[in-house]
Design a protein around this ligand. Structure first.
Ligand SMILES: C[S@@+](CC[C@H](N)C(=O)[O-])C[C@H]1O[C@@H](n2cnc3c(N)ncnc32)[C@H](O)[C@@H]1O
Length: 285
């Protein structure tokens, strides 16, 4: 069952957080590295006393804050605009959500630990962005992801891979950004490592959910056959193999017989231009 995206505090606030035994080695590694961060001084509302410890247990992942320069890089790689809705999975003290909100972008955090969610709300309030930055207490595996156009995370490789099938079913063009951890064999469209102001977990990785382009198409009287692996394509147009073929969200590009085809995939239809000028269209058969 999916928890609606905007339902606040769907879990009991007095819940005990189960410790995962499955991820113990990875968690231990994160914990050791976490100590290198030192304790972050967190701004809190007057009267709010919860102070989290870096490396403290979480349901599936310990809490380690993303260094602020990496938060900035993650949002930069996702190219967020006020048209976006950002969703941070495992939102901790709220820093990614609050940073997006301060840039005029609606953002929402899902956090299992109710104390962390309350702290994030207090931090958003203090920064004056509590209307744009909202938080709910919930399990990230049970949340409905469909309203987000940008999904951010700092989890673990195993959790990213568990989330991957759900992410790949999101609308083409949805951006997924992870601090440091990969998505198995779904390679990032872009990644960048921050060197200033960051000593651990400094790489932002960004994927664009690709359109579904696999199959046989009729392109202006020629048969286009496409095989797809994530954003990568191979296939033939007529009797020629295509090369340098790629999807970025709905955008498709490939070369056939020396001609570069660029276009957009919209369900069972594609339109675009070839060789920079002549229009083409295709339908899935
Ligand atoms: C490594 S911290 C990242 C925090 C924040 N996103 C950041 O980048 O600073 C992971 C967070 O996920 C939370 N968490 C762990 N398992 C979760 C789950 N199943 N659902 C929701 N939150 C979870 C932890 O409590 C912790 O705050």
């Amino acid at each position: 069952m999916s928890v609606p995206f905007v339902t606040p505090s769907v879990l009991p606030t007095a819940s005990v957080h189960p410790r995962s035994t499955r991820n113990r080695p990875a968690l231990a590694a994160v914990l050791v590295a976490a100590l290198a961060f030192g304790t972050t001084a967190l701004a809190q509302s007057p009267g709010y006393t919860y102070t989290p410890d870096v490396g403290q247990a979480g349901k599936d992942v310990v809490w380690v804050p993303t260094p602020q320069p990496v938060v900035d890089k993650m949002l930069e790689l996702a190219n967020i605009t006020p048209k976006d809705t950002v969703l941070d999975l495992g939102s901790g003290d709220g820093r990614t959500v609050i940073t997006a909100a301060k840039r005029g972008v609606k953002a929402h955090g899902v956090e299992y630990n109710p104390d962390m969610a309350a702290l994030a709300r207090a931090n958003a309030d203090k920064e004056g962005v509590s209307k744009m930055a909202t938080f709910q207490t919930a399990d990230l595996f049970e949340i409905d992801l469909s309203q987000a156009t940008v999904i951010t995370m700092f989890l673990l490789p195993t959790i990213n891979e568990r989330l991957r099938p759900k992410l790949l079913e999101l609308p083409a063009g949805t951006r997924v950004v992870s601090n440091s951890f990969p998505m198995g064999d779904w390679k990032p469209d872009r990644s960048e490592t921050v060197s200033q102001g960051c000593s651990n977990y400094c790489t932002a990785l960004m994927w664009v959910v690709p359109a579904k382009a696999a199959g046989t198409w009729q392109l202006d009287g020629q048969r286009l056959t496409l095989k797809q692996s994530f954003q990568n394509l191979e296939g033939t147009l007529g009797t020629n193999a295509i090369s340098d073929a790629k999807l970025e969200g709905k955008k498709i590009a490939f070369t056939s017989n020396g001609i570069r085809y660029e276009g957009m995939v919209e369900g069972n239809a594609m339109t675009g231009t070839a060789g920079g000028g002549k229009s083409w269209s295709a339908r899935k058969s």
